[in-house]
Design a binder for this molecule. Structure first.
Ligand code: PA5
Length: 424
């Protein structure tokens, strides 16, 4: 479902370099492959449940209940609590249908965005899905209050039948609120961090509400799990890619961009950025992850890539929608200068710009890696998520950091608490 093509990278990182560095880290990597290194309390994502049907059934049946009462479900969450399902819904929106639309809130303190959501509450039948592993973060927490007040006004005492919370046990956490106020509770597993949580209630339930076949998502994750755990370390593309990333840093590449060519994959890029930024961004040796969307970015950052400093590596994702029926007509009356592509399929143009950009950047000396994806289907996302969980776990261990914490995020929160007078 996702194949690594290293040959475009060979001018910068050779198969020999990769093999040598795999040998150096082999003992650690073998432990990564078995989930025997790093914080065991954070490896809940490592084993995909064996009984996929049984695992997804409660999310599907709760989604069916939501379909009966809501035209819109508002997912309130930030970071790992929303990016995964957002990525899948954006990419599959043309292929899915559901009586209930899913929208997102709680990842900003913008009042303008909040008012858009309040407007939805006025005009639609809604359900809220509040997602927070630690229900202390201000953005989702205060958004919940604002939206809850609005639905209390609209639905009265029975508003609680329209609140689903995905969270943790313990004082002040969402389980306690659910018990006190009669909300439906879904567990945010204790041993899975936010950015590793898309294959739990956090991501799967909103996907099910939006009409995604979440069993197929999990089948894809299972396939990735099988691949990364059973392929010999030396041949394992997830390991090879993790090693090549650290070699790129040593060769002067400080930034890695996931390069996309389908605008509906922007949120997938954002998910990937968060995964690597929060998992690795705790040592001076971490690549800064970002994402470009071409063709548009070829007319923006493309200039910098082609003639600016050579410190940005690019990881091209060869993944496209198929639209065989989009043929370019002739234009004999208006002579627009584009006759050289008359009769070609539009898909062919996107593929051409992909190849053209890859070649130009490689020729310039940019470190270019490729992942070839098969089809933009539910299985692909499960595969992609699990595969990159594993890469970031392996990368974090190679970098000697704990890939599962994100203590740096607390600093802005502390300042904000001071500004807002939380502890007075
Ligand atoms: O990956 C992570 O753990 C973080 O990005 C969290 O998902 C994010 O900070 C939101 O945390 P919470 O769900 O506790 O509100």
């Amino acid at each position: 479902m996702l194949k690594l093509d290293e040959h475009t990278l060979e001018n910068i990182v050779s198969p020999k370099d990769i093999a040598e560095h795999i040998a150096i880290h082999k003992e650690k990597l073998k432990k990564v492959q078995q989930g025997l290194i790093g914080a065991p309390a954070c490896l809940g994502w490592f084993n995909i449940p064996k009984d996929i049907d049984g695992y997804v059934a409660p999310f599907i049946s709760l989604a069916e209940e939501v379909h009966k009462i809501a035209t819109t479900m508002i997912v309130v969450g930030i970071g790992g609590s929303n990016r995964g399902s957002m990525a899948v819904l954006q990419a599959l929106h043309r292929k899915i249908s559901s009586p209930t639309k899913v929208v997102y809130a709680g990842d900003t303190l913008s009042a303008a965005k909040l008012k858009d959501i309040l407007h939805i509450i006025e005009n639609e039948e809604v359900v809220l899905d509040i997602i927070a592993k630690d229900f202390n973060t201000l953005e989702p927490g205060i958004t919940f209050r604002m939206l809850r007040t609005a639905i209390q006004e609209k639905y009265g005492d029975k508003y609680n039948q329209r609140v689903i919370v995905t969270g943790s046990y313990g004082p002040g956490q969402l389980y306690e609120l659910a018990q006190k106020h009669g909300y439906t509770f879904l567990e945010f597993p204790e041993n899975i961090g936010g950015r590793f949580s898309v294959l739990t209630a956090v991501g799967l339930f909103p996907m099910a509400v939006a009409g995604v076949n979440i069993r197929r998502v999990m089948e894809g994750a299972k396939a990735a799990e099988h691949y990364v755990k059973t392929t010999e370390i030396e041949d394992n593309s997830a390991v090879r890619y993790a090693i090549s990333r650290s070699l790129l840093f040593d060769k002067g590449f400080k930034v890695e961009s996931l390069v996309l060519f389908e605008p509906d994959l922007i949120h997938l890029g954002r998910w990937w950025v968060q995964l690597f930024a929060e998992s690795e961004g705790k040592t001076p040796r971490a690549l800064f992850p970002t994402s470009f969307m071409n063709s548009d970015d070829l007319h923006a950052v493309g200039q910098y890539i082609q003639e600016g400093p050579l410190w940005i590596a690019e990881t091209f994702l060869h993944l496209f929608f198929e639209n065989k029926d989009c043929i370019i007509p002739d234009s004999s009356v208006v002579q627009d200068g584009f006759d050289y592509i008359t009769g070609k399929n539009f898909d062919h143009l996107n593929l051409s710009v992909y190849n053209a950009a890859l070649q130009a950047h490689k020729d310039r000396g940019v470190a270019c890696t490729q992942f070839i994806g098969k089809a933009i289907e539910p299985e692909f996302f499960g595969y992609f998520f699990y595969y990159f969980f594993f890469v970031s776990y392996a990368s974090g261990i190679i970098l000697d950091v704990n890939p599962f914490d994100q203590n740096g995020v607390e600093d802005y929160k502390k300042n904000m608490y001071t500004i807002l007078g939380k502890n007075k």
